[in-house]
Ligand binder design. Structure first.
Ligand SMILES: O=C(O)CCC(=O)C(=O)O
Ligand SMILES: [Fe+2]
Length: 275
């Protein structure tokens, strides 16, 4: 028996009732409003795409030329197909290079020859009960990219995503009052690959824990904040508030491939997405 076993059991750390993963058969306006308001940690909806559709998209993606996110900023490397605005952020704004990259990505997705637009299917699922529109956001009148397929087999470092901090002014033509990250898992690993979300939002002192030149932070940046871990399942969609620090654990076995995009709640009441 170890000495620690002799002491009284530690009191369970107090749990915030507003920090749980909510699961339901479909996205409801209540789920999305609760997530925006900080009344849950994430919303998980199984079978947003049937397994046959996931297999079909995966099969098409097998031949697709995946690229890596900027290798300096994103280590370990993450593969992606499609364009993300994070790779075109220069001095708090969207570099001109984003637009031709977004057009090329649109053509590349069309070139897969799928009978439907997978990102449109995802937006449809999000919009089934939402009173406003769910559409791809615009900047300066130009429509952004709808999303990416991402493959973080070696994980994502602990990080947060928040357009309001990453960009000067408004990223989209419509100002945002809340932000979400959407992922729909097409292929999941046998081991690892959990998405972990901590009840911790960025604090200026966190910058001392930032990994050099990286998007990520040392794991202890979250201190003793409570966390939830979600093991992805094929066809399942996970919506989270990416202002909460989050990470993806390294995985092994099959590839971990998800359709992903950012989404904001605009002051108009519409949900606006971007890649
Ligand atoms: O792949 C995931 O589960 C989460 C990835 C992520 O960091 C995000 O969607 O912001
Ligand atoms: Fe993220």
């Amino acid at each position: 028996m170890r000495l620690s076993d002799l002491s009284a059991p530690a009191a369970a750390a107090p749990h915030d009732p507003h920090f749980s993963v909510v699961t339901g058969p479909a996205f409801t306006r209540q789920h999305i409003a609760d997530l925006a308001a900080g009344r849950c940690a994430a919303v998980a909806v199984p079978d947003v795409l049937p397994a046959a559709d996931c297999a079909r998209i995966l099969h098409a993606l097998e031949a697709a030329p995946f690229e890596t996110y900027g290798r300096q900023r994103v280590r370990p490397p993450v593969m992606r197909f499609g364009v993300g605005v994070s790779d075109h952020r220069r001095g708090g704004t969207v570099a001109d290079s984003y637009w031709p990259a977004a057009e090329a990505a649109g053509r590349a997705w069309q070139g897969l020859g799928l009978p439907y637009d997978p990102f449109a299917r995802c937006r449809e699922a999000l919009g089934r009960d939402w009173p406003g529109a769910v559409e791809v956001g615009r900047r300066g009148g130009r429509t952004l990219a709808p999303g990416v397929a991402r493959e973080p087999n070696d994980g994502f470092q602990v990080h947060f995503d928040e357009a309001q901090r990453e960009f000067r002014g408004d990223l989209l033509d419509v100002p945002l009052v809340a932000q979400f990250a959407f992922n729909l898992y097409l292929s999941v690993p046998e081991r690892g690959g959990e998405t972990v979300i901590w009840r911790h939002r960025w604090h200026p002192s966190d910058e001392s824990r930032r990994l050099p030149d990286s998007y990520g932070y040392a794991e202890d940046v979250v201190g003793d904040a409570e966390s939830v871990a979600i093991t992805p399942a094929v066809g399942e969609a996970l919506l989270l508030d990416p202002r909460n620090f989050h990470a993806v654990r390294p995985s092994s076995g099959s590839r971990r491939i998800a359709l992903g995009f950012s989404m904001g709640l605009g002051i108009t009441g519409d949900l606006l997405t971007w890649g």
